[in-house]
Design a protein around this ligand. Sequence first.
Ligand SMILES: Cc1cc2nc3c(=O)[nH]c(=O)nc-3n(C[C@H](O)[C@H](O)[C@H](O)COP(=O)(O)OP(=O)(O)OC[C@H]3O[C@@H](n4cnc5c(N)ncnc54)[C@H](O)[C@@H]3O)c2cc1C
Length: 386
Amino acid sequence: MAGPSDFDLFRTSEEHDMLRDAVRSLAEAKIAPFAAEVDEQGRFPQEARDALEANDLHAVHVPEAYDGSGADALSTVIVIEEVARVCASSSLIPAVNKLGSLPVQLSGSEELKTRYLGALARKEGMFSYALSEPEAGSDAAGMKTRAVRDGDFYVLNGVKRWITNAGVSDFYTVMAVTDPDKRSKGISAFVVEKGDEGVSFGAPEKKLGIKGSPTREVYLDSVRIPADRMIGAEGTGFATAMKTLDHTRVTIAAQAIGIAQGALDYAKGYVAERKQFGKAIAEFQGIQFMLADMAMKLEAARQLTYAAAAKSERSDSDLTFFGAAAKCYASDVAMSVTTDAVQLLGGYGYTRDYPVERMMRDAKITQIYEGTNQVQRIVMARNLPA
Ligand SMILES: Cc1cc2nc3c(=O)[nH]c(=O)nc-3n(C[C@H](O)[C@H](O)[C@H](O)COP(=O)(O)OP(=O)(O)OC[C@H]3O[C@@H](n4cnc5c(N)ncnc54)[C@H](O)[C@@H]3O)c2cc1C
């Protein structure tokens, strides 16, 4: 079988199928064996990072002009989906590499794109996205982190909270206030490097799920960076941050359907083996109806996610609605399917001896980050399709 590095552009359905086969094989061989241990120990899945980088699957969205694969949005979805099917924590490597770097790709200068997208593609460092703060979550525009111009530099001060892969990533897109009187129009975006003086990290959060993906605070203590690290013009950072989320909510939907598929696959195999009342429990209609509903909901979520990916690829005018709808619907489906998978395994499903309880815990975060599902409904209501 062709390896994923053997083709650069994934644009036809045959190529998407080949990509899925290749990523599934890789994920089952190199990522799945560590998923339970990564969760149990709450450690970063270095094996997954190595496997993804060795096969150029860590950031397939980076355009060819910047040394990337130039893969389309659906290909990125397929990579994340297949990795999440075996390990949700590991799927945050390609997902957050896209989230962190997309502001540069959408709004950055040519110099910033060459430098930072190139570095990401060449595996010189991962990217994170720093929008949220302790007092500014759903109301992200209420952030307090300040960036003050000083000659050819900006000086950043503040605290970013809940930053995925913080400490592991080398590059951070940081949103900060440059004009406090203008609220969202007074926010600008910057690239901050891990090695910049004054950057430090909090202890990893102790979370319910995605325990292998470090979530930390990022402290900015008089971090002095060259002015040309600003992404786009002053005051455009919040708009760039929101435009980024339109695209990357599709990747969270991908993560959700991957987790749900992993749980459904496991439960399907289990009910065929488990015997009660003298037969496999799969023979009971009550079980069959549960599996049918799980598969139906999952497929509906997948179709919506792929439609949203096509809109992301074309930057369609209704992407904002579709990105929010895909993320909201797929994450609700993931929560329901993983909960049903635990139910199908009975008492065994409730233990760490089987992967479905991990999948249920991991699914929960997809309803919360990149905007909670209440926030997705606000976004959808404001952007209803014509
Ligand atoms: C594991 C993890 C990883 C994360 N990774 C990142 C990251 O990499 N980068 C980053 O910038 N952020 C990240 N986040 C932050 C995440 O996006 C926020 O947690 C999320 O946006 C919610 O903000 P909050 O936690 O402050 O909740 P709050 O905003 O305080 O919300 C609390 C509750 O109130 C509800 N609510 C708030 N406002 C409304 C309203 N107007 N109408 C109805 N309900 C409302 C919410 O839906 C929620 O149920 C991460 C969070 C977690 C937990």
